[in-house]
Ligand binder design. Structure first.
Ligand SMILES: [Zn+2]
Length: 122
């Protein structure tokens, strides 16, 4: 039987902030906690529960043992909120306009590697 550990909301909030996740910018504390790369279970290892791609504002569930792949989710598994519209297309359009025709493989401006470009209007 796996040992489950209980974490208080205060502990989880502090963990989020330490890992660069502001819980107020996500639908609920559960989501913020799980995208902030917590080790919730001893057997979890380095596997994330849910990933957040900040530069595209996309939430994804990793597909285990299948290389670097993840499937996008549209609703929060914990609170049921509809997740934001992906900014993936806008990200490509903005970078194409800046002359990057293959941004996944090119050395793009730093603000486009995080949520900075869409949150603060880079
Ligand atoms: Zn939620």
């Amino acid at each position: 039987m796996e040992k489950l550990t209980y974490r208080s909301d205060a502990f989880r909030r502090e963990h989020c902030v330490k890992n660069g996740i502001d819980p107020a910018e996500h639908c609920c504390l559960d989501m913020a906690w799980f995208i902030s790369k917590p080790i919730e279970w001893d057997s979890q290892g380095a596997n994330p529960v849910v990933m957040w791609i900040s530069s595209w504002d996309e939430y994804r569930i990793e597909i285990s043992h299948a290389g670097n792949a993840a499937t996008r989710i549209y609703f929060c598994p914990w609170c049921g909120a509809r997740l934001p519209q992906s900014k993936h297309s806008d990200w490509h359009e903005r970078l194409n306009a800046l002359g990057f025709n293959d941004p996944g493989e090119q050395d793009i401006p730093m603000e486009f590697t995080t949520d900075k470009w869409w949150r603060h209007g880079a």
